[in-house]
Design a protein around this ligand. Structure first.
Ligand SMILES: [Zn+2]
Length: 160
């Protein structure tokens, strides 16, 4: 029996596309509570040493207190602090409103890399988030068929 090429080809493309994604979960460095996963990571803000996430888990507690930044990177931003439900350590911030230069992080969760560990599902190993770079790369022509997103997450591991 012959293989039906019209079915096989898209499947092979999908698998090739998946290789570009480093699948991981994000954890508290102190108590290992799960804070998020690679599907919600949108990149990083290098100047704030933070991973940008669309969503976080219930183990990340959002403070009721609204704070406003008066200087530095968060000048002009309204944000709330995030705490780990497991050990109460600082996770990062959620940005409620931001000036134009930080428009891309509005409504996003910023997880401080220094407090975050990443469990790499492909390698079954835990690494510090600080040893990874979370870049968004434009998608090539062929990958537009695989996903409707215009960017994919490219994670680089580097020695610190
Ligand atoms: Zn914790």
């Amino acid at each position: 029996m012959e293989f039906d090429d019209s079915v096989m080809i898209p499947r092979a493309h999908a698998e090739k596309g998946a290789e570009h994604k480093q699948r991981m979960t994000l954890h508290c460095q102190q108590c290992s509570a799960v804070w998020g996963d690679s599907f919600s990571i949108c990149g990083e803000v290098r100047s704030m040493d933070s991973i940008v996430c669309l969503r976080v888990t219930n183990d990340v507690v959002i403070s009721d207190v609204l704070e406003s930044g008066h200087g530095g990177e968060l000048a002009g931003c309204i944000y709330s602090a995030l705490k780990c439900r497991g050990c109460c350590c600082a996770v990062g911030k959620v940005i409620h409103s931001a000036p134009w230069r930080l428009a891309s992080v509005r409504s996003m969760f910023l997880l401080h890399k220094a407090n975050t560990s990443c469990y790499m599902l492909n390698h079954s190993s835990m690494v510090t988030a600080s040893s990874l770079t979370f870049d968004l790369k434009p998608l090539g022509e062929s990958m537009n068929k695989v996903t409707s997103k215009h960017f994919y997450l490219h994670v680089r591991h580097h020695d610190t």
